[in-house]
Design a protein around this ligand. Structure first.
Ligand code: ARG
Ligand code: ZN
Ligand code: CA
Length: 243
């Protein structure tokens, strides 16, 4: 009634080793991160004040863990070919993708942290994929050092709700969001808070979830990013069946 989207989430866990069959606690830690980041109640939100005037505030998407589906798989490492979403290829079929966010957690090949499907795609493959070692938050889990705060899932869910990378995937490219600055390219690691953009001299928003910085150095969406996400599940939007 207050316009909050209550989004049921199904987490599909694929494991080839016992360690990849992650605990319910690890899964819940990731749901907590999503709820904090999308409500702008994350503790690191005010690590810098530079972009305070455009920080999203509460985006009003509540992630509700509905089900955990677990399956042992012979696949030791998955590619970005959607095999993890297909029971005939060692994966798990999506659950009710019209109304539910499906997250697949599996061991990805190489250093791939995750990937997402934009709105408007095939329902059978809709959702986000996160590599096991970047899913959840907490030092007690076997997570990559720089990707241990659950921000890979925040980033991928941003794509699921139609957000582009902040650099527009080309030199000083367009992300279709007019309160984010132009970036010449992606950032890695933890850049200084007042890095100047070579596109136009503005300050880069390296702390935005849609850059490629370390988990500890990304902590905000903008107001216009929030509007772009909300438009996908508004009436007439490509994800209106989520409402
Ligand atoms: N490379 C991935 C993508 O383009 C995710 C990057 C996530 N970054 C992070 N700090 N967790 O979708
Ligand atoms: Zn991305
Ligand atoms: Ca922009």
């Amino acid at each position: 009634a207050d316009g909050t989207l209550e989004l049921p989430v199904v987490v599909n866990v694929l494991y080839n080793t016992a360690a990849q069959n992650i605990s319910e606690r690890q899964i819940n830690s990731q749901i907590d991160v999503l709820n904090e980041d999308f409500a702008a109640s994350n503790k690191d939100l005010n690590s810098t004040s530079t972009y305070n005037s455009v920080k999203s505030g509460d985006i009003k998407i509540k992630f509700v863990l509905q089900q955990i589906v677990r399956k042992s798989t012979p696949i030791t490492a998955f590619y970005t070919d959607n095999a993890m979403k297909n029971s005939k290829r060692g994966g798990i079929d999506a659950t009710s993708p019209e109304t539910t966010l499906n997250i697949w957690v599996c061991n990805m090949v190489g250093g791939i942290l995750g990937y997402a499907q934009f709105p408007g795609g095939n329902k059978a493959t809709d959702g986000v994929v996160i590599t096991t070692r970047a899913f959840g938050r907490g030092r007690s889990y076997d997570l990559y050092t720089d990707f241990d705060l659950g921000r890979t899932t925040t980033h991928e869910v941003g794509h699921y709700f139609n957000l582009r990378h902040i650099w527009g995937d080309r030199k000083c490219g367009n992300d279709y969001v007019d309160d984010t600055p132009l970036h010449p390219t992606y950032n890695f690691g933890c850049p200084p808070a007042n890095k100047i953009s070579t596109c136009d001299g503005s300050i880069e928003m390296t702390m935005n979830y849609m850059d490629y910085t370390d988990d500890a150095c990304m902590y905000m969406f903008t107001q216009k990013q929030a509007l772009r996400m909300q438009a996908t599940y508004a009436l007439g939007g490509p994800r209106e069946t989520l409402r």
